[in-house]
Design a protein around this ligand. Sequence first.
Ligand SMILES: [Zn+2]
Length: 202
Amino acid sequence: MPDTAERIVIPAREGRSLHVPAGRSFRVTDREGGQVGDLFAFNAEDVSEYASAEHTRAFVDRLFPRIGEPFVTNRRRPILEFERDESPGHHDMLCAACDPERFWGLGVEGWHASCEENLRKAMGELGHEDIEVPQPINLFMNIPVAPDGSLGWEPAETKPGDGATLRAVLDCIVVVSACPQDIVPINGCNPTSLEIELLAPN
Ligand SMILES: [Zn+2]
C-alpha cells in the first residue's frame, strides 16, 4: 500500500475537507468500526459540479457502487473511481445526507449535528458558502433493498480499521462527514470518528 502523505482525523459527528489532486487516491478509514461516512466531492475549479449518487446510479446501472467503477458528477462525467474496498462492501447511494429536518422528523427537539451542516461548514471554511448539497456516497452505510422495494436501515458492519480507497479523476475538494445519526441505527446509535488520508503517489 502507498505511504500516507496527509492524514486527517474526523471527530465523531463532525466533517472535514481534503484537497485531492487529479490522479491521486485517498482512503476513508473507519477507526472504531460501525460508522458511516457521507462522502462528497466537488470539482475544485467549479464547485457547482459535484459527485452525484443519482447520476452515478444511472451511469453504472446499479444501486450501489462497485470496485473499478466511476462516480460521476451532476454533469455526468467521472470525478472519482472506486479503487479498493477493505470493508464488508456496503456503500449506500440511495439516501440523502441527514439534515436538521431529518432529526426534527425523528422527534429530536433543538439542535442536532447533521451531515448537511458538517458539509456546509467544511465548504464555508474554504470560502464556498453557497453550495448545492449533493446526494452523497454513503460509505459503509448498509441499506438493503428488499424484493418488495422497502429499505432497511441496518447498522454498519465495518470493523475498526476497515476502509475504502478512491481515486480522484478530477481535481477535487473532498468532504467526509462522520455521520451523527444516532436515532436510526445505521451507526449503531453510537457515532464515532473516521479518518481520511491522502495517499502518496504510486
Ligand atoms: Zn448523516
